[in-house]
Design a protein around this ligand. Structure first.
Ligand SMILES: [Zn+2]
Length: 74
């Protein structure tokens, strides 16, 4: 079953570059510590992708209770 705590966004300047992050509540914590400033800005409309399965959706869907971050859970 999907763990659903690790997600990523695509770099706005380079679609082949991704930035992984952990979702802690509604807080985005980028996992790549080498990135200055943590990573790209994530806004409500930013498309986010699950690292474990094919789920993806806007950040506002991801943090909505009973939606994105809980996908795959029963
Ligand atoms: Zn998933």
């Amino acid at each position: 079953m999907c763990g659903c705590e690790r997600f990523y966004v695509k770099d706005p300047d380079d679609e082949y570059e991704i930035h992984e992050f952990d979702l802690q509540g509604v807080l985005v914590v980028f996992t790549a510590k080498k990135v200055d400033g943590g990573g790209p800005d994530i806004e409500d409309e930013t498309e986010t992708y699950c690292d474990n399965c094919s789920w993806h959706g806007k950040f506002k869907e991801l943090i909505k209770p009973g939606s994105g971050a809980n996908h795959g859970k029963t």
